[in-house]
Design a binder for this molecule. Sequence first.
Ligand code: DNO
Length: 361
Amino acid sequence: MKMVFRWFGEGNDTVSLDQIKQIPGTEGIVWALHDVPAGDEWPMDKIMKVKDAADKAGLHIKVVESVNVHEDIKLGLPSRDLYIDNYKKTIAKLAQVGVKVICYNFMPIFDWLRTDLHKEMEDGSTALFYEKAMIDNVDPFDLVKRINENSKLTMPGWEPERLQYLTQLFEAYQGVTQEHLWANAKYFLDEIIPFAAEHDIRMAIHPDDPPWPIFGLPRIITSQENIRRYLQLHDSPYNGLTLCSGSLGANPENDIVSMIHEFADRILFTHIRNVRVYENGDFIESSHRTQDGTVDIAGVVQAYHEEQYEGYCRPDHGRHIWGEECRPGYGLYDRALGIMYLWGLWDAYQKAAAAEGAAAK
Ligand code: DNO
């Protein structure tokens, strides 16, 4: 397992590369050009800036999250070919600087969604929270306004230039069903995967968060069955998965351990985090520790260990603790604690396996 850490870029993150470098066992950053709109080709000079900064800090840049997919591709509009072309140009450039995995998602309009970015927990820390009844009944435009007012920084998927077009986007998605989305995903994969393979870059689809349709928009990367279908849409080792335990774990019916075993050879990147799911469907992003949430994180790490997982891993959203002011979910402290918990589990399973091996001799 190779540990990496998400970094939003110079001037766009409260965490520094030097701090990331000091988290034990962390070898690279997970990055993107967050100021380039979805659909545009990434400029080489901006890519090089990130590479130079990471090189200087002694961290690699092999994992990108995300090259966002333009809505016209998800909608299957004729203009998609232009955006697919730009996507390929970006892939070719990323290959030149040594990128190996591109994480992306196929969620209409919204990326991850929460109703409260600073919900207070029993211990005084705050965390990302999702109130199900609120989304089930909310007007999406009100919600966007709230998010805008709540956060000083932009969030992935909620970039100001996208929010402006929200009305048009909602209209464009009228009548777009899950089956349309599947067909549009296949068109995208059939174009992108062979090209990415030529450049030795693996594509890693991120599950939908939360893993169910919201605001009447279709969502498809929601369950084991659907992930299986997605990986088979274009059957290639370059069509892989970012297995996110927190996104999928928001639906307790999702069995993450079983997914790890089934998709082991297609998991390129894993996001490991816990969520505490309540009976009414609300959930909060608790600490990474198994006992604090609903997802069996120890079991998840054990499954990766059993599969001798060699892909990339990052801790995911942390709580906001010790007074840290940071991008919601992306502070230093709780994610660093998360890494140490993951390594603790991993090393313990490693030791146990070695001892078993020795005893069997
Ligand atoms: C949330 C992230 C997602 C993820 C995208 C991938 O923090 O896990 O925003 O980056 O869905 O495209």
